[in-house]
Design a binder for this molecule. Sequence first.
Ligand SMILES: Cc1cc2nc3c(=O)[nH]c(=O)nc-3n(C[C@H](O)[C@H](O)[C@H](O)COP(=O)(O)OP(=O)(O)OC[C@H]3O[C@@H](n4cnc5c(N)ncnc54)[C@H](O)[C@@H]3O)c2cc1C
Length: 666
Amino acid sequence: MALDSKIPNGPISDKWTDYKNHINLVNPANKRNIDVIVVGTGLAGGSAAATLAELGYNVKAFCFQDSPRRAHSIAAQGGINAAKNYQGDGDSTFRLFYDTVKGGDYRSREANVHRLAEVSANIIDQCVAQGVPFARDYGGLLDNRSFGGVLVSRTFYAKGQTGQQLLLGAYSAMNRQIGRGKIKMYNRHEMLDLVKVDGKARGIIARNLVTGEIERHSAHAVVIASGGYGNVFFLSTNAMGSNVTAAWKIHKKGAFFANPCYTQIHPTCIPVSGDHQSKLTLMSESLRNDGRIWVPKKLEDAQAIREGKLKPTQLAEEDRDYYLERRYPSFGNLVPRDVASRAAKERCDAGFGVNKTGEAVYLDFASAIQRYGKEQAKIKHLDENDADLVKQLGTEVVANKYGNLFQMYDKIVDENPYQTPMMIYPAVHYTMGGTWVDYNLQTTIPGCFSIGESNFSDHGANRLGASALMQGLADGYFVLPYTIGDYLSADIRTGKISIDLPEFEEAEKNVKNQIDALLSTNGTKPVDYFHKRLGKIMWDKVGMARNEQGLKEAQEEIAQIREEFYKDVLIPGTADSFNPELAKALRVADFLELGELFAKDALHRNESCGGHFREEYQTEDGEAMRDDENFAYVAAWEYKGNPSDAVLHKEDLKFENVKLVQRSYK
Ligand SMILES: Cc1cc2nc3c(=O)[nH]c(=O)nc-3n(C[C@H](O)[C@H](O)[C@H](O)COP(=O)(O)OP(=O)(O)OC[C@H]3O[C@@H](n4cnc5c(N)ncnc54)[C@H](O)[C@@H]3O)c2cc1C
């Protein structure tokens, strides 16, 4: 089936303007008769819920945490992009658009990305108006820094807590609407199914996580803003609760799932320390503004470091290999994440890793401390040849910029990163794949929309740093509130949707049956046992590098674990009480299906692009080798009962404004 992405004809800017006019299709009085469910109140869902309520719709918002303030978005550290050109370094809407399409390795939809670039500047204005405390420069203007894959400074930030501050902004906007009665907030509620009536999304089945009660909720449209599915790998930088369930349930009800194999492995995370771990920690990409990445040049030095016989600070400058600066002289340490991650893996695979397991490289701030220290000494008319003073002044500057990240590293690793380089290694971080949506952000189910990280829309095969918050807030504040009006204009006279319809009854029964079946398994292994096994297969065979044989094995092994899970999982407690193990089991059940589709998608894509690296398809110097002739499309999978039976639909990608070329950051 050819997918209709509903992209209107005409030059790019006009497409967006056209769509803004759809707001007129629903006048304010009519919106009072229309209910919208928003599943998820992170940055995407929270901003959407607040804006929809402001426009006049009746919103019911759901999250599984005890407050929207605890959504995973709060973890975002480094910043949010916008083409404001405050630095006068030549930024523009087109440049942000171009960087994003190129950064995604030419696997995203041009029109969506351009719209994103167009609204990016509005997001900053909106957030400043809400009181988000973005960093400012000495003169009081908003400051910017650089992120990977770009040569301009367009990243707005609030120290290392950008997500938290932005989320507080969205949450305040939501609270205003909760106070007005326009948003009804359902905390600690988990959506477990979508209800379709006459083919349209008309409600959800949710479980109250505190009481265990199964509830029916109806609406004229359902918006999924449930975040990404990186936790299919078990270990990731995502919040522990992040999961695929909402997106997977709509997939099972007819929403196509696009590019599931496009995953981002972030190059700067604290390395895995052992089997006991359940979470990995990101060291923000902003650190690559000042940190230099290196490994020893000689194998014997790497070995001596691993054995604790040599300290990194003892290694002479000429014995260090700043491999990103060597391989990519123009972007250096600021190459995109997929490129930086693969380069780290390449060095570690070649034996140059610097921690006990050989899976770590250095991120070193010594040069930055020197540079800033000398500058400060000059500014303060102090002695720039006083080594101790320079170090102290430089450390203060670095602490001002990244203090909370350094503190976090120190607490976790128990090493002072001001004095010795940080050790970092790539880890699963973000999922570019997700539910397929058209230009209006509507899935293949009429009335069911998907926004933020849960959809696939804007980042192609690799997301650039600081672009996820931009997309989530673009979708929530500026895009969905317009485009949903187009759909809802047909519902002005529909009236309330009854929750007594047989479709609600059936969906509720299915959810209850699934819960009963899981609880009555009464097996011998806890949920995490299966999740960890799944994660290991995903990392080893579907992770940073993939090949045909490994992917085939992964599909079989995941299907096998799924079978075992349903025979042998042990879930203590009952259905009608607070039961976190049951909630986890329901999520892992979906991960076990998604994982297989993920591998199937990676296997079918016989090319390398962005975060999808097939070992069989690489250039002579180890870069991703795309096949534009055969794979310049979005792979959208239709559910057919078993992940292995999923049917592929293609949305061809047309590039009218950006020329398809081999990505180069040299
Ligand atoms: C450590 C870290 C740092 C990051 N830093 C940056 C950064 O600096 N800049 C940047 O641009 N991006 C960053 N990202 C990425 C970015 O944080 C996320 O992509 C973004 O926050 C996702 O927002 P969201 O609203 O789509 O989803 P989330 O914030 O994940 O919110 C999901 C919401 O859905 C709800 N939910 C999920 N499933 C259900 C269900 N079944 N029923 C009910 N509710 C449900 C949750 O309760 C939650 O409210 C970072 C990511 C990580 C992991």
